[in-house]
Each structure stands twice: as structure tokens, then as C-alpha cells.
Design a protein around this ligand. Structure first.
Ligand code: SF4
Length: 291
């Protein structure tokens, strides 16, 4: 088995995949809400280290069809190194069908459409991108390090290269005052991006993060659970896309999976009805929400 360094995070849809740790931590690591890789100094592991991991697990996992490359931002590795790694994966896992990894807007923009297409030809099937919000003021405030326009361009390259794009957005990050503006701007950005999958997570204010300090000092207030639902309805209302819009993460108050655009209108109506009734017994209790 490969030796993992620290906690491994992967998208829910990679639950059945073989996880190999190509990077340690996140190349950005500054988003004020994110506790994920605070203990890790970012580095890209060498091809020799990766080959050792692959050799260690190939006998037990020779049937592997999907590999997910952790940690935060494996796409930030040099193009040629990624291609060498993909060739090794294909050599040792002859049934491999898809390689997935997290990316951020910067690491996508560092690659051309041709480079991304080459990665797709060699096995890259899906990229997971944390979009969080379409509101530039909010993106700057949360120290995301990119603008909505840059994320739009990065997504365009991914789609043009024929790679599936799964993005996450963050309910509640606009706080109680910026909730609706965040929802509308994010829906607008999702419409431009046209991702294959959207995952709407609800912000968890985690001790030790700058967001926690802002909350403690009274400079950030999470919207309450019904305001979050209202924000979700508003976001879906402003999103026009074909694909799946998930809001069934462990952090969410109400699990939802919406096939867009088919179930869009009925979902908005259903959420608004819940908000109107204001009955908390249908919502996940605060103590059961998880990252
Ligand atoms: S949200 Fe993503 S980009 Fe931001 S610090 Fe966390 S892992 Fe890195």
C-alpha cells in the first residue's frame, strides 16, 4: 500500500478509486475558510517516489480502473512529469480508464488547451475545481487568489480539451449580508462555466482558520439554515446548465440532487416552500453537519 502523508481528502465521486498522493498539500493554501492542508508544506512528489507507490500497490490493485491523484493541486506539476506519471499508471494498471485530480484556476491557466488535450488523451478524465463564488469582492475577501473572469477562462480551456469538469461552490460564504448577491453572482458564473457537475457545500467555520477569527470578532455571521436554503434556491434560479447540481454534501442542511435543467423549477419551488413553512424538523441538525 502507498504511504500517505497526513489526512487524505478526495471528492465523494472518487470513493472507489485508487488514491495516490502526487502532491502534498495545496499550492495556494490561503483561502480563509479552508482548514484542509494547513499543516502541510506544499511539494510535488518525485516520479521515483510515485513509481515506488505504484509498484507497492499494483499487485493488490491490478484491476484498478480509476485513479485519483491527491492532494490539493496535482495539475500544478510540470506537464512532462504528469505525462510520465500517466504512462507509469497505464503500464501498471492495464485496465485504467480514468485519472482524476484537483486543480485550481491558476494551475489550469498555466496549461494551454493543447497541453490539457494531451493530458486528456493520456488518461485525464476529470478535474475538480473549487470555484466557491462568482462574486469578485467576495473572492478577494476570502483570499481565493483568482477572479471570476479567470475561473471562466480556466473552465473554458478544460471543456475545450474535452475533460469533464466538476466544481464546488460554497453556500454561506457571503455571510448574512452578502448571501443573495453571492448566490446570484455564483449562478451567473456557473452558467458561463457550464460544468458537468456542481457540488454546493455549506461553509463550516472551523477553529484555527481566519474565518473563525472573523466570526469570533463579530466580523462574519453565517446565514441561518433557512437563509442558506434561500441562497441555494436563488443560486439554482440563476444557474442555467446541463448536468447535475448536487447539494448533498455532509455539510448541507438538506440533501438535494438536481438534474439541470429538467428538475430546476420544481426544486426551486420545493426549497422555497420549505423556507416558507420554516419547519426545522426537515433539516439536518447543526451538530450532524460535517466537512
Ligand atoms: S480551498 Fe482549495 S485552493 Fe483554497 S486553500 Fe483550500 S485546498 Fe487550497
Amino acid at each position: 500500500m502507498p504511504e500517505y502523508e497526513g489526512t487524505i481528502i478526495r471528492p465523494p465521486s472518487e470513493a472507489e478509486s485508487l488514491i495516490l498522493q502526487y502532491t502534498i498539500g495545496c499550492s495556494h493554501n490561503e483561502c480563509i475558510f479552508c482548514p484542509a492542508y494547513k499543516q502541510k508544506l506544499f511539494r510535488i512528489r518525485s516520479i521515483e517516489e510515485m513509481e515506488k507507490d505504484i509498484l507497492d500497490c499494483a499487485p493488490a490493485f491490478n484491476d484498478t480502473r480509476r485513479v485519483f491523484l491527491a492532494d490539493g493541486d496535482a495539475l500544478s506539476a510540470p506537464q512532462q512529469d504528469i505525462l510520465t506519471l500517466f504512462a507509469l499508471l497505464r503500464r501498471y494498471f492495464s485496465r485504467l480508464r480514468r485519472i482524476g485530480m484537483y486543480a485550481n484556476t491558476r494551475s489550469i491557466l498555466d496549461k494551454s488547451v493543447d497541453e490539457l488535450s494531451r493530458l486528456r488523451e493520456q488518461g485525464l478524465g476529470i478535474l475538480y475545481l473549487g470555484v466557491e463564488s462568482g462574486d469578485d469582492t467576495l473572492l478577494a475577501w476570502m483570499q481565493k487568489g483568482v477572479t471570476a473572469e479567470e475561473t471562466m477562462e480556466a473552465s473554458r480551456r478544460v471543456k475545450k480539451a474535452g475533460i469533464k469538469l466538476s466544481v464546488t461552490v460554497l453556500l454561506g460564504i457571503g455571510g448574512s449580508t452578502g448571501s443573495i448577491q453571492h448566490a446570484r453572482a455564483t449562478g451567473k458564473l456557473l452558467t458561463e462555466i457550464e460544468p458537468d457537475y456542481v457540488g454546493a457545500l455549506t461553509t463550516m467555520v472551523v477553529r484555527g482558520t481566519p474565518l473563525y477569527l472573523l466570526q469570533e470578532s463579530g466580523n462574519f455571521t453565517m446565514p441561518d439554515s433557512f437563509a442558506i436554503l434561500n441562497e441555494l434556491a436563488e443560486m439554482i434560479e440563476h444557474t442555467e446548465m446541463r448536468g447535475l447540481f448536487f447539494a448533498n454534501h455532509a455539510s448541507n442542511y438538506m440533501p438535494l440532487q438536481v438534474r439541470m435543467p429538467l428538475q430546476r423549477e420544481e426544486t426551486i419551488t420545493m426549497i422555497r416552500e420549505f423556507v416558507r413553512k420554516g419547519d426545522p424538523s426537515f433539516l439536518k441538525p447543526e451538530r450532524l453537519r460535517r466537512l
